[in-house]
Design a protein around this ligand. Structure first.
Ligand code: ADP
Ligand code: MG
Length: 250
């Protein structure tokens, strides 16, 4: 579903991604871990072309993201083309960024209506089913401010799913939540993983990674240092950097 080859990204003189290779199979759940500043968010943002690349290439479901071949060279797509690429990838951020002046249901229905130009009658059953799925059917008419952080994050997940993406990217979805609200969000993500969704999850929730991930990828200094099944990577890390990181977060 995802193939990243030799992805490079700098901000000014700072090389944030230094030749990242990553493949994610259809239906696979990959947890991305690593210290703050190691490039995890930037990598996710590159997969959705929220950042342009300085080198390398990323494919989602066989299509190059954000770029097209013209005159034998890769050029960045038009904003419409980039927008179309993004519709196949759902993203959930640490801060849920719901529209405050819209109800929960309106938030969930907005992108299919405006981006995919679907009719409300077509979106509504799907939106309601998704709210049911994230345990918020009774909050459809509520406004974001009336919800807890955990509920808002579950709305954000439903909103992303309403675009019927092929791939879901999560960037520390529970890091901004009070501890007692984390469990419900992780449960929604666990159910989504069980349903066969392809997911890349940046998280510090090692319990979630151990239980749900098919593979854990450890990043350091803009590179993938080590990856493997959770039991192996978390239980018996081979690289000194991985060991140091894991002992710091435990
Ligand atoms: P992580 O998610 O692993 O904490 P990030 O990908 O957010 O790491 O950031 C990696 C590095 O890139 C950090 O040093 C960060 O300050 C820097 N960085 C990220 N985004 C930008 C940006 N838009 N402009 C300048 N520097 C950035
Ligand atoms: Mg980050």
């Amino acid at each position: 579903m995802v193939r990243a080859r030799q992805v490079r990204k700098s901000f000014g003189a700072l090389q944030v991604l230094q030749g990242v290779d990553l493949e994610v199979q259809r239906g696979e759940v990959v947890c991305l871990i690593g210290a703050s500043g190691s490039g995890k968010s930037t990598l996710l943002r590159c997969i959705n072309h929220l950042e342009s690349l300085d080198g390398g290439r990323i494919w989602v479901d066989g299509q190059v993201v954000g770029y097209e071949l013209r005159g034998g060279r890769l050029h960045e797509k038009s904003s419409a083309g980039i927008c179309r690429d993004r519709t196949q990838t759902g993203m959930v951020f640490q801060h849920f960024n719901l529209f405050a002046h819209m109800t929960v249901l309106e938030n969930v229905m907005l992108a299919p209506r405006t981006v995919l130009r679907q009719r409300p009658a077509e979106i509504l059953p799907r939106a309601l089913a998704l709210l049911e799925r994230v345990g918020l059917a009774d909050k459809a008419k509520a406004y974001p401010r009336q919800l807890s952080g955990g509920q808002q994050q579950r709305v954000a997940i439903a909103r992303a799913l309403c675009m019927e993406p092929k791939l879901m990217l999560f960037d520390e979805p529970t890091s901004a939540l009070d501890p007692e609200l984390v469990g419900d969000v992780l449960q929604v993500m666990r159910d989504l993983a069980a349903s066969g969704m392809t997911m890349i999850v940046v998280t510090h929730e090692m319990g979630f990674a151990r239980e749900v991930a098919d593979r854990v990828v450890f990043m350091h200094g803009g590179q993938i240092v080590e990856q493997g099944p959770p039991a192996q990577l978390l239980g018996d890390p081979q690289h000194e950097r991985t060991r140091a990181f894991l002992s710091a977060v435990r």
